[in-house]
Design a protein around this ligand. Structure first.
Ligand SMILES: [Zn+2]
Length: 233
């Protein structure tokens, strides 16, 4: 079973937090493939911790639908679920379009928030320079988090957060397909539209952005049938 220990356990981290962090990263970055069996004992040996914190971490990952636990048959990395991702996109698009309307119309969205977005945009450009796609997508998520935060809707972003790891796993299959410059440009256009309080323009750029940043489910299902839950419809 391939398993990468990305970094050592930190002093503040409990054994469970450590197991959770390392397992989650292995699953998101596809070191551990969808459908692959997870052997608790092997993980606990590699991490040099007991089995209980490993089991607790797996339970938490199960709640996030990243792991599947079958009492008699063992544990495995959850298959990808195109329907779940599609619903995540639906939620995200519906809510973020409404959010931009709010951002453009509300006096509570200030120059200070624009400055935060611009700072984040610079950080995105730095990640593009470095060619670090994983960190880039982290900054991309942060950009959207700032928008929610500025409109005092931070817990709504947390709700959307449930879907983010599932978006990440799909992206990992298509990393080479993303045009990062284009994504930075989308973000820049969104900032510009908010600054001008041009609601329709902001929404247009967001819809385009979601087309650029979300994967085509059909292509993935055809390219990686074994990684996905099979459905007839
Ligand atoms: Zn974005």
């Amino acid at each position: 079973m391939p398993f990468v220990i990305y970094s050592e356990r930190s002093e503040q981290e409990s054994a469970k937090q450590y197991a959770y962090r390392i397992l989650r990263r292995n699953i998101l970055l596809l070191d551990m493939k969808p459908g692959e069996a997870i052997v608790e004992k092997e993980i606990s040996t590699k991490l040099r911790i007991s089995r209980t914190p490993v089991r607790e971490a797996l339970l938490e990952l199960c709640r996030e639908r990243l792991v599947e636990i079958y009492p008699q048959r063992g544990t495995r990395v959850a298959l990808m679920d195109a329907r779940l991702v599609e619903q995540g996109r639906f939620l995200r698009e519906t809510v973020e379009l409404a959010l931009l309307e709010l951002a453009c119309k509300s006096a509570a969205f200030t120059e200070e928030h624009i400055a935060l977005l611009e700072k984040n945009l610079e950080e995105q450009k730095a990640e593009v320079e470095k060619g670090d796609l994983i960190s880039f997508f982290q900054k991309d998520n942060d950009f959207h988090r700032i928008l929610f935060y500025a409109c005092k809707k931070e817990t709504v972003f947390e709700a959307i957060g449930f879907y983010l790891p599932h978006f990440t796993r799909e992206r990992m299959l298509r990393l080479q397909m993303f045009d990062l410059e284009e994504l930075v440009c989308d973000h820049s256009n969104i900032i510009e539209a908010i600054r001008k309080r041009d609601c329709n323009m902001a929404k247009l750029h967001l819809s385009e952005h979601l087309d650029h940043v979300m994967c085509d489910q059909q292509i993935l299902l055809e390219g990686y049938p074994n990684y996905f839950i099979k459905r007839d419809n």
